[in-house]
Ligand binder design. Structure first.
Ligand code: DHB
Ligand code: FE
Length: 292
């Protein structure tokens, strides 16, 4: 059967992708950020998954106000990097896994989560920047991402957005779905976006280092309590875009210690934890967990 063995959590910021694409990673501003991912790049090489299930948010790129799916699963064979206003990032096309994605859609919908099926879409920085951080620079034509990716888009842009609790429950359904797939595949699930940041309004530039780190402690060690964090706490403490963090709870809910909404076995092993302020307007958090 297929199995989720590890989860990866990381912020996304378009400027991080631009810094990589323009060869600026060793500049004084960026160097400390990218150093935080040196361990992760080696870890991913040493623990190469067969498929990455990548939870992220689209930023009005693939979806506009015309259509706003709360949860959308990519079932396509490939996804092109999107043009976000300055042309598409020079990174490889993302290969999908239509068979596994369709199986997960079937199972998760039958577990009463309403997913939107997406057979064609482009993927923006929400998906490509985490891939770049974890895999390093890739030639757009000759290079390739290490394995197929199933994009899973969550609406955290246009209200109403899903609660952390619902995301946590969904993660548990995704793990069940994966474990009912009849092929020995090693799957990693990634939760991306966050941490504290606000891009507009009177509080633009808000960063809350203390709250972020407390939330990370909870997410790792007491995910049941973390899932109960009300929506308004994210917005008040972590800024309007801090709500992207609910996506991390999908990945956390898919880890092996969580069963029936409770932690019933040993917590996952923290392989890596990193926090850096700022990257553009955003606090960057990054964690790697392996099942105990
Ligand atoms: C920034 C952060 C985001 O999450 C995003 O989607 C766009 C920009 C920023 O910090 O610049
Ligand atoms: Fe964002």
């Amino acid at each position: 059967m297929a199995k989720i063995t590890a989860s990866v959590y990381t912020s996304h910021v378009p400027a991080i992708g631009a810094a990589m694409d323009m060869g600026k990673t060793q500049e004084a501003y960026w160097q400390p950020l990218f150093k935080g991912y040196d361990y992760s790049k080696q870890w991913l090489k040493d623990n190469k998954p067969d498929v990455i299930f990548l939870v992220y948010n689209d930023h009005a790129t693939a979806f506009s106000l015309d259509m706003i799916p709360t949860f959308a699963i990519g079932t396509a064979a490939e996804y092109k990097p999107a043009d976000e206003g300055y042309g598409a990032r020079p990174v490889p096309v993302v290969k999908g896994h239509p068979e596994l994605a369709s199986h997960i859609a079937q199972s998760v919908i039958q577990q009463d989560f309403d997913l939107t099926i997406v057979n064609k879409m482009d993927v923006d920085h929400g998906l490509t920047v985490p891939l770049s951080l974890m895999c390093g620079e890739q030639d757009p034509v000759k290079g390739a991402w290490p394995c197929p990716v199933i994009p899973f888009a969550v609406n955290v842009v246009q209200y109403p957005v899903p609660s952390g609790q619902r995301c946590f429950n969904l993660g548990q359904a995704i793990r069940k779905a994966v474990e009912s797939y009849d092929e020995d595949l090693n799957i990693h699930i990634w939760g991306t976006g966050g941490m504290s940041h606000q891009l507009q309004g009177a509080r633009a530039g808000l960063i809350n280092r203390e709250w972020d780190n407390h939330w990370l402690d909870l997410m790792i060690n007491d995910p049941v309590a973390c899932a109960q964090t009300p929506h308004i706490d994210y917005v008040r403490e972590a800024g309007s875009e801090g709500i992207e963090l609910v996506m991390w709870l999908i990945a956390r809910g898919a880890m092996a210690d969580v069963n029936g909404g409770q932690v019933t076995t040993a917590l996952p092993t923290v392989k890596h934890r990193f926090y850096h302020v700022p990257a553009s307007n955003t606090a960057v958090g990054h964690v790697i967990l392996e099942n105990a």
